[in-house]
Design a protein around this ligand. Structure first.
Ligand SMILES: [Ca+2]
Length: 438
């Protein structure tokens, strides 16, 4: 999408936007698309980090217990063939926020960033009247205020986030300050999201909350309590399973809170992982290969949608879908138009929600043979917190305050660091002048 299209969109789409959207929806007369006067559903996206397809209790895992995910799967729509757009973190996460294949937005491996020109799901929903929040792992570029690819400049009103995966007692960035959190990593993340939900659930506006856990990504450091549940397993595996139990407890806390607040019926909770499990654990990967490989083991992931108002009976689908489909599905539900010429790679899965879809167009996956860029998020946040205690603030937000919408006018070509031989830059993109925008 060009900047002009993006800007046009951000100018024109509104809370009351109605009509048939242009994003490749399947043409089924939808019972879930919001009418002009109907309150749009709240939306919560929840994502695990490196959880293998079968690492859940509801697939009869021999050891692992996930009662809350099992309950969600038994009440909502369970996808048995859902895929990550990429077998690694960053590109998959970008696919969620853009509805596009990672090759199209140029995030080929971990540590690449979103392109500032992308139109994100948070921007689209915000423009249509949603209050938006991001919690936990970002891994789409710098999280600092003013960065063109931070949560702030990617459509999120509020965020409590960290650059990459994290363990217990994480340090998050909130209001552009490093904040020491205390507790099990996934529960801490959900607690921050619940704070956001409690603040806004009475608002006239619906909310959009993205909760991206740092578990069960290595190193596996479970809380003692969760690890003890798997005392008969090796210490390594007990830590891995314990981290998934942490996720499960956090999902349970979220679902309980939505019910307590009386908003669960009109809240969509969409759970999935970001890629398949790794081979350093006995993950149930659902096929050949593991994280990083374009085989079932690298891209097939657990996924569930819960939306009691519209998914009244539990169903299991074998129709394939992938993380690029999240964007067009939610835009159709929220009845948001996007510019017709803007290509998306995902398709709306609303037909699966309405039980009126029996197949999906073919999906493409691509292994881009290049190296990732390390994002040592925990180390960066620890250093920042230490400096902050000494009164040293590493980030001068005014120096980073680029307007992503203006980049095309001034700068004509964007390359990402790993595409330049000899450069191993981290953080935001490198910008060169003099060439035409892709
Ligand atoms: Ca991952």
């Amino acid at each position: 999408m060009t900047n002009i299209n993006r800007r046009e969109f951000l100018k024109t789409v509104g809370a009351g936007a109605v009509g048939v959207s242009s994003v490749g929806f399947n043409g089924i007369a939808s019972i879930v698309t919001c009418a002009k006067t109907e309150r749009k559903p709240n939306i919560v996206l929840v994502m695990a980090d490196d959880q293998g397809w079968g690492d859940v209790g509801y697939y009869d895992h021999p050891v692992l217990k996930t009662p809350n995910l099992d309950s969600m799967a038994s009440e909502g729509l369970r996808f048995d063939r859902f895929y990550a757009a990429s077998p690694v973190c960053t590109p998959t996460r970008g696919s969620v926020l853009t509805g596009r294949h990672p090759n199209r937005f140029g995030a080929f491996r971990p540590g690449y960033t979103l392109r500032p020109q992308e139109l994100t799901l948070a921007e689209a929903l915000k423009k249509a009247g949603y209050i938006t929040g991001h919690f936990g792992k970002w891994h789409l570029g710098s999280i600092f205020k003013g960065s063109p690819v931070s949560p702030q400049n990617s459509g999120f009103d509020e965020w409590c986030s960290t650059p990459n995966f994290f363990d217990n007692d994480p340090i998050f960035l909130r209001d552009n300050k490093a904040v020491q959190m205390f507790g099990e990593s996934s529960e801490v993340t959900v607690d921050a999201a619940i704070e956001f939900i409690e603040k806004h659930y009475r608002s006239e506006k619906p909310f959009f909350s993205v909760i991206w856990f740092g578990s069960p990504h290595s190193p596996h450091k479970s809380s003692e309590e969760n690890r003890d549940l798997y005392a008969s397993s090796s210490e390594h595996m007990a830590n891995y399973y314990g981290e998934i139990t942490g996720i499960d407890n956090a999902v349970g806390k979220l679902r309980k809170k939505l019910r307590e607040l009386g908003i669960s019926n009109n809240t969509i909770v969409w759970y999935c992982s970001d890629n398949g499990g790794k081979d350093d654990v006995e993950s149930v990967r659902g096929g050949r290969g593991d994280k990083g490989n374009i085989y079932e083991g690298g891209i097939r992931i657990p996924a569930i949608i819960e939306w009691p108002d519209k998914i009244k009976e539990h169903r299991i689908t074998n129709v394939p879908g992938n993380t690029s489909d999240i964007f067009p599905t939610l835009l159709e539900i929220a009845n948001i138009r996007i510019p017709e010429k803007r290509p998306l790679d995902g398709v709306s899965l609303v037909g699966l929600i309405t039980d009126n879809m029996s197949e999906r167009p073919p999906m493409g996956f691509w292994h881009f043979a290049t190296k990732g860029i390390p994002t040592r998020g925990m180390k960066m946040m620890a250093e920042m917190l230490e400096n902050q205690k000494k009164g040293i603030y590493a980030i001068d937000a005014s120096k980073l305050n680029l307007d992503a919408g203006e980049i095309k006018n001034n700068i004509h070509w964007i390359l990402f660091p790993a595409m330049l031989p000899g450069l191993t830059g981290r953080g935001n993109c490198i910008v060169l002048k003099g060439k035409k925008v892709m």
